[in-house]
Design a binder for this molecule. Structure first.
Ligand SMILES: [Zn+2]
Ligand SMILES: [Zn+2]
Length: 65
């Protein structure tokens, strides 16, 4: 019983409306974006789901150094 869940989750970014894929695992794009604590807290507060990569990077830039 070692079922591989390769299912991809198509989502719509709640911030900009772009379509993107989130797998919520180690390969999810949101994991690959470097965010500091401030940016992560902002995301937790404002959005219950992850955003598309460009929004994550934009927030990271805005709230980062
Ligand atoms: Zn977006
Ligand atoms: Zn994600």
């Amino acid at each position: 019983m070692n079922e591989l869940t390769n299912e991809r989750k198509n989502k719509v970014c709640p911030r900009c409306g772009a379509h993107f894929v989130c797998t919520h695992d180690a390969f999810c794009q949101c994991v690959g974006v470097q965010l500091n604590e401030k940016a992560r807290e902002y995301l937790r507060t404002h959005y219950s789901d992850c955003l598309c990569r460009s929004c994550l990077e934009e927030i990271g830039r805005k709230l980062g150094d």
